[in-house]
Design a protein around this ligand. Structure first.
Ligand code: ADP
Length: 476
């Protein structure tokens, strides 16, 4: 089974969020199951230089007016296909935006990626490799299933994965031709979306199967509160929709092997305490008699970071502490910084993106907070489970599917792995933190909760089997 996975980012080459973790981890998780998956991404500045054994496998002399080449290379054990089009992908800012905001030609940049993907899927590439399945991730790859549908699939089936429905690739309807869509794509059942074009919508409409990153999010997406306008379309495709959780790449995230921390296992939790002490020292905090909570997150409305301001006073008064790492909306950054000013002994904040620090926090925290208003899957609560850093999560999306909330019943059944709360508001979060503090103080309960969290299966084994089964059923 051969699968071409198409996305705008993939670890370890380029990452802005969980999408990159998933796209980067899938090939390694699928290989033992006999799935040969290649990953196709744009060749942003520096990407080609990071690949080994680089070889040209396809070219187009006139893709959006320029000579575009596809290079095959290796990173670790994964075969990467990097689409080299410097005028489109070498930019000063990030993959999607620079100092002036989103790049004006994002629709065409990612249409080019999708076009190249559909062509090499349909016709095969220079080294004779041709996939059975094209797997498109998010709006950036949404046109790829559409191009297969309109211009011939060559027998290739397509899968469209929604990592976050908030990003829909919406652009002006006048771009139909420039995105190489036929006139009949201008229809509410295909690309047309309230007078605009949505590249995610057309991918969802025309792919052979749809997946999203948790069973709960799959259900939620059919409801107006979560579907963000696409709930109707998704509901009509319910029979083709699959919720498959993400896993954690344990070559990157494992307390036993993590190069950034003092390593530990569930039998050497005294070493976890060393990480805690180091984290407290790094942030210049004083004594934290209650649980030390950590947050590693984009600072956006989705992530519910604003709910902390209502919940923190009580948590701090009860002895808790907080270390937060993230960046995003400036009002949320400011609120976090002023909380750290108010409680310098208990709250530490770092604005920015820091991979190594995120590992030290996961190892040193007692709990990881994920109060998201919606969360397709979420990765940090799963890192928390692996690191015995008890997740405190809103009961939504993948958070709901990965954490078993502590209740008298779940504790009695030795099943609880964290704390969950609902509704998703400041009062419920404050109550959840109170529950966390009392669990932490109960020495007959806490160590068992930590160890149970560490035993939770957040590996790629189950999810990889589910993807392999889906690919297999489509290819038949
Ligand atoms: P999303 O993709 O919506 O941002 P996820 O929980 O799925 O949320 O994935 C976020 C990923 O990005 C995780 O791997 C998390 O550790 C990482 N991350 C988020 N913010 C930061 C940051 N400021 N520094 C380091 N890593 C971060």
């Amino acid at each position: 089974m051969r699968v071409l996975s198409v996305a705008s980012e993939a670890v370890p080459l380029i990452k802005t969020g969980g999408l990159a973790d998933v796209v980067g981890a899938l090939p390694g998780a699928l290989a033992p199951l006999g799935v040969d998956q290649r990953v196709m991404i744009p060749a942003y500045s520096g990407i080609l230089e990071s690949l080994g054994n680089v070889q040209e496998v396809w070219a187009d002399w006139n893709l959006y007016g320029s000579h575009v080449r596809l290079f095959k290379g290796r990173v670790g054990t994964t075969t990467v296909l990097a689409l080299d089009a410097p005028q489109m992908f070498h930019r000063d800012g990030g993959p999607y935006a620079g100092a002036q905001g989103d790049y004006w030609d994002n629709p065409e940049r990612f249409a080019a990626l999708s076009w190249a993907a559909a062509e090499v899927a349909r016709d095969g590439m220079g080294d004779g490799w041709k996939p059975d399945i094209l797997h498109a991730h998010d709006w950036q790859a949404g046109l790829a299933p559409a191009y297969l549908h309109y211009y011939g699939s060559g027998g290739v089936k397509s899968v469209m994965t929604i990592h976050n429905i908030a990003f829909q690739g919406v652009t002006d309807g006048g771009r139909l031709e420039s995105l190489r869509l036929p006139w009949h794509a201008w229809h509410p059942d295909h690309a047309e979306y309230h007078g605009n074009i949505s590249t995610l919508k057309i991918g969802l409409a025309l792919s052979d199967a749809i997946t999203t990153v948790s069973p709960t999010y799959a259900e939620e997406l059919m409801r107006p509160e979560f579907g963000m306008g696409l709930q109707g379309l998704i509901a009509t495709r319910a029979g083709a929709l699959h919720g498959i959780l993400n896993g954690v790449d344990d070559t990157v995230w494992s307390p036993e092997k993590d190069a950034y921390i003092t390593t530990y296992t569930s039998r050497t939790l005294d070493k976890k305490a060393e990480n805690r002490a180091a984290l407290i020292e790094e942030f210049g905090l004083g004594d934290v008699p209650g649980p030390l909570a950590v947050v590693v997150s984009r600072l956006t409305w989705q992530k519910g970071i604003d709910l902390l301001s209502e919940a923190l006073p009580g948590f701090i008064a009860d002895g808790g502490g907080l270390v937060l790492l993230g960046s995003g909306e400036s009002s949320l950054e400011q609120a976090a910084l002023s909380a750290a000013q108010n409680w310098p002994d208990r709250i530490g904040v770092r604005i920015g993106y820091d991979e190594a620090l995120s590992h030290r926090m996961m190892a040193g925290g007692d709990a990881v907070l994920v109060p998201s208003r919606f969360e397709p899957c979420g990765l940090t609560q799963m890192y928390g489970l692996k690191y015995g850093t008890v997740p405190v999560v809103a009961a939504t999306g993948g958070l709901n599917d990965t954490v078993i909330g502590a209740t008298p019943a779940s504790l009695g059944a030795n099943a609880a792995t964290g704390v969950t709360f609902h509704p998703i508001d400041g009062i419920a979060l404050a109550n959840a933190l109170r529950r966390l503090t009392s669990l932490y103080r109960d020495r007959a309960v806490w160590p068992h909760l930590v160890k149970r969290a560490m035993r939770a299966d957040v590996s790629w084994d189950g999810p990889a089997k589910a993807y392999a089964a889906l690919y297999g059923s489509l290819a038949e």
